[in-house]
Design a protein around this ligand. Structure first.
Ligand SMILES: Cc1cc2nc3c(=O)[nH]c(=O)nc-3n(C[C@H](O)[C@H](O)[C@H](O)COP(=O)(O)OP(=O)(O)OC[C@H]3O[C@@H](n4cnc5c(N)ncnc54)[C@H](O)[C@@H]3O)c2cc1C
Length: 330
């Protein structure tokens, strides 16, 4: 049984079903962080721009490398155009140095090339950095595809909140930012980070664009994200947080001005070292799959692989130690 039908629960459900397990996914809600996310599979820029991700760049890259197989399995379109950074020269120089140190091979390109890669990008940018290491999925579309794939693989779905393992052989806890401590005591170690995101209702293609404090991720709508609001665990939309994102996004893509926009918010769950907790709980026959912070989409295939190894008694591989929930026990 899996509690939670976000990207971690669904990717794990597909992997467990493919390994021959009988799987039931329970989730009482139809809204979660996975469905509002931008869908960036972004080891390079996340490690370059987010200090808590930087020490884990190699691991993030390894997770990304599992995406082609998952995308093919679930019929998810994986866009590999790459990601651009635009902004003031001194900021771009710092980002270029970080990307180079991470072996993410940034290319310094002119504004015209950047606009060819990101159609609609403002012509005020004469220079950009391009990394091909970051990929992208359209998160709401990909979440639906994962669910369909799981159903086709025989996974059962129930609209229930899980409060205990009940009769299940194993319970996988993939409950996002919920702190349901009756499921596993380790969930007390998760902290919420609320994030607002804006979607402008016009289909967009091409590279993700990063700038200081804002990104634009194409898809069925153009997504401008995202705020980082530590300590807030509710997903209520606050227009005073979302409107600045819209304004900053329109500076990147001015042609989208006047297009209808929707505001949304989701809650990321984070541990104190920025890595998720994946593996056996202190609670018998309970396996955790929680806490991927800003990188739940990126990490999902790696988390699914590790959980499946624990459930089926196989070697969980080289990254399981760094995800071990026991690291916080002391
Ligand atoms: C604005 C924003 C943008 C983001 N952009 C990106 C991005 O571009 N790339 C990236 O990699 N990550 C991104 N993230 C982070 C990513 O969305 C999360 O890390 C990821 O979605 C977490 O997935 P999850 O399955 O752990 O949790 P969730 O998606 O939150 O799902 C958890 C599910 O568990 C269910 N649940 C809770 N309690 C119970 C219970 N007791 N029983 C049954 N079900 C229960 C909930 O209803 C929920 O559906 C973004 C996040 C936000 C907020």
């Amino acid at each position: 049984m899996i509690a939670g039908a976000g990207v971690l629960g669904l990717a794990t459900a597909v992997a467990l079903a493919d390994a021959g397990c009988a799987v039931t996914v329970c989730d009482p809600a139809d809204r979660n962080a996975s469905g509002v996310a931008a869908g960036m599979i972004a080891p390079a820029f996340e490690a370059a721009l987010d200090e808590s991700a930087r020490p884990h760049a190699g691991l993030l890259m390894a997770a990304r490398n599992l995406w082609p197989a998952l995308a093919e399995r679930a019929g998810i379109e994986l866009d590999r155009t790459g990601a651009l950074a635009v902004g003031p020269d001194d900021w771009l120089d710092g980002v270029a140095a970080s990307l180079t140190a991470l072996d993410a091979r940034p290319m310094d390109i002119g504004g015209g090339t950047a606009r060819a890669l990101a159609p609609g990008l403002s012509d005020t940018f004469a220079r950009a950095l391009l990394s091909r290491e970051d990929w992208r999925v359209d998160a709401p579309v990909a979440l639906a595809a994962l669910r369909n794939t799981a159903e086709a693989a025989g996974v059962q779905f129930r609209p229930w909140r899980v409060s205990s393992r009940g009769n299940a052989d194993v319970l996988v806890v993939a409950t996002g930012a919920s702190a349901d401590l009756e499921l596993a005591p380790e969930l007390a170690g998760l902290a919420p980070i609320k994030g607002h995101i804006v979607r402008v209702a016009r289909p967009a293609v091409g590279a993700v664009v990063r700038s200081r404090g804002i990104y634009a991720a194409p898809g069925e709508a153009m997504a401008f994200g995202a705020t980082m609001e530590p300590g807030f665990g509710d997903d209520a939309v606050d227009p005073t947080k979302a409107e600045p994102l819209l304004a900053a996004g329109l500076q990147l893509f001015p042609g989208l001005a006047g297009t209808p926009a929707t505001f949304a918010a989701g809650v990321r769950a984070a541990t104190s070292d920025g890595l998720p907790m994946v593996g056996p709980s202190a609670e018998p026959a309970v396996v955790l799959a929680v806490g991927p912070r800003r990188n739940g989409w990126l990490l999902a295939p790696l988390v699914a692989q590790i959980v499946t190894a624990f459930v089926t008694g196989r070697d969980p591989g080289p990254y399981a130690g760094r995800f071990d929930p026991k690291r916080f026990r002391a």
